[in-house]
Ligand binder design. Sequence first.
Ligand code: AG3
Length: 277
Amino acid sequence: MKGLWFTELQTPTIALSCRVKQTLHWEKTPYQELAILDTEPFGRILTLDGVIQTTVADEFVYHEMITWVALNTHPEPRRVLIIGGGDGGALREVVKHPAVELATLVEIDRRVVEVCRQYLPEIASAFAHPKARILFEDGVAHVRGQVAAYDLIIVDSTDPVGPAEGLFTAAFYGDVYRALRPDGIFVAQTESPFFNQELLRRIYLDVSALFPVSKVYLAPVPTYPGGLWSFTLGSKRHDPAAVKPTLPPGVSTRYYNPDVHRAALVLPNFVRELLKP
Ligand code: AG3
C-alpha cells in the first residue's frame, strides 16, 4: 500500500479506500469539510466530511438516474427544482430537456459550487446555462415557502447526517407535496438498499402516505456503500412504470435509456419485502 490513500468509512465496519494521485483542494467551509482529490481508480472525486459525493468515473449513472426517470415521466417538466446537487451533475442533465424552462438549484454551501466549477468542469458544466438559476440557501426553508411552483423536485443530498438531515423528514415531504404543481413529481436519493434498510423503508412509507404514486428504483454506483443505490419517487399523477419513456431528440446519455428506465423500477425480492406496508 505505497503512496497516499483516501479512506471513507462507509459503515462503522466497512471502508472504501483508493489511491490518491494528488490533493487538489481542501478546506473547511461554514458547513462541512470539502475536498477534491485526484484518484487513481476514479479520477477526480468530491468528498464532503470524508464521504464520497461524486466521482468522474461513475457520476453519470447517478446523475442521469436521479433526473431522467422523472424528466421522462412528466409530460412537460417546465420548472424543475434541485435541492443540494452543488456539484452540478443533476443540473447538467435537467437543462438538456427541451421542455425545461427554468432549473432552480438550491444549495446551502456556495463553496461546493465554486470549488466544483474550478475542479470538476465536466460535472459542473451547466451553472452558467441560461435556464439555470442558482440560489445559496437552505433547501428546507426554500420549499416551505413555495406553493404549486414546480413540476419536478429533485433532492440530490448528502447522507442524512449534518446539513442534509432535514431533507429526510416526513414534514419536508409534506412541504415538497405542496410546492409541486397538481401533476408534479418528487424524487430523492435514498441511500443503500443493503445498509440503510430502515431509512429506505421509512422514506418509502412516508412518500406513499402523501403521493398517489410512489416507487423505489435502483442503479449501480460503484463508489457508494454497497455499490447499489436507491431512489424514491413520489408522483401526484404520472406513473413512471406506466409511461413510454423516450429521450428527447439530440439528448445523449451514457447510462439511462428507455429500457433502463423500465428495468430500474423492477425490484429484487429483498427490496420488495423491505417496502411492504
Ligand atoms: N449525492 C450523494 C449520495 C450519498 C453518497 N453516500 C456515501 N458515499 N456514503 C450527492 C452528490 C451527487 N451530486
